[in-house]
Design a protein around this ligand. Sequence first.
Ligand code: PLP
Length: 416
Amino acid sequence: MVTINENYLKLQASYLFSDISRRVKQFKDENPALGARVIRLGIGDVTRALPPACIAALHKAVDEMAVEATFQGYGPEQGYDFLREAIAVHDFQARGAAISPDEVFVSDGSKCDTANVQELFATDSRIAIPDPVYPVYIDTNVMAGRTGVSHNGRYANVVYLDCTRANGYVPALPQQPVDVIYLCFPNNPTGATITRKQLEAWVEYALRERALILFDAAYVAFLRDPELPQSIYEIDGARRVAIEFRSYSKTAGFTGTRCAYIVVPTECMGYDRAGNAYPLHKLWNRRHTTKFNGVSYPVQRAAAAIYTDAGQQQVRGLSDYYLRNAALIRRTLSALGYPCVGGENSPYIWVETGTDSWAFFDLMLQQAQVVITPGAGFGACGQGYIRISAFNDYAKVEEAMARLQKVLPKRATTAS
Ligand code: PLP
């Protein structure tokens, strides 16, 4: 008899975006004329084409694959040196963060990396997870058996870090000891950012408690405020207590091309039950080389092209484009009286609706044919909020905002 991993039975009914797709499909089936008007500002998928520098590098690499002299077979699982070096130099050393190429592991996505990293930790590790949150962090810990069952949208044995208007959507340090902490800035879903001082407090906490911070910087390309830290390794001591995730998905439009990386500094430690320290770099290297074949050569060439002068300019153009959408969304919702956060250093705008977030989702779909993401899908603290994504064409965002101005009830509250 095949016995299943019963932890899967604890998972809540469905993945958020499948729920949204189902509701949109039903609306379209029932209202074919209105269905054609649907504008999607829900799921965070990019719409702009790959930068020309990446396309040129892809073509060239494909041609290399056609000739035996330059053909590439299995590559190094950790990534080719040309890409790891470019990452270390441009994304870290240029900002004063001492990361070396061998601490970078190239992968096919931050979803997989943030999902897989928890394999390195004991099943009884105490995990701290923000609420609201990118659902992958919590679901993968549920699958691994690190949580109890869910009651009213919260799993037992998880320390939830509430992100609310009161704390500026940056969680306070936990009251009880925890071992593994997930942080994501600029944040999905709230769009909030973390200051250097706030991040220093988290690093200090981790050093004191011998905890580990999993820092997801998938949206770093959208940071415009020069005072904000881009990498956790800009903070003293972070090399000992933090793993960082980066993705080209939103940075360079790679959602369908697939390339990302994880940084595991050699000084970063985990401990056995006797308190002996083990480098997590070594464990991750073992995991990565055993379970992952590496990203394809042409895709890594395309990713490396991002670091050329032309590539840098082009990816900046991409994030500028989406930030212009974000500014329009934030301006519109604020003018209607809805308090907003995000949209300035982030492609997401987190909007306080003051009503049930799925009801607000239905209202926007039915009245304006605009699809957003209900905040409640990201956690209990998301109830009463929606997330609007800036990933779409500017003309469509303009049209969506014009519709919202017509149909959304004005709120009396002062917009933030
Ligand atoms: N981390 C966060 C916070 C995200 O929002 C996403 C994607 O939406 C990811 C990671 C995954 O990125 P990737 O496309 O590299 O898997």
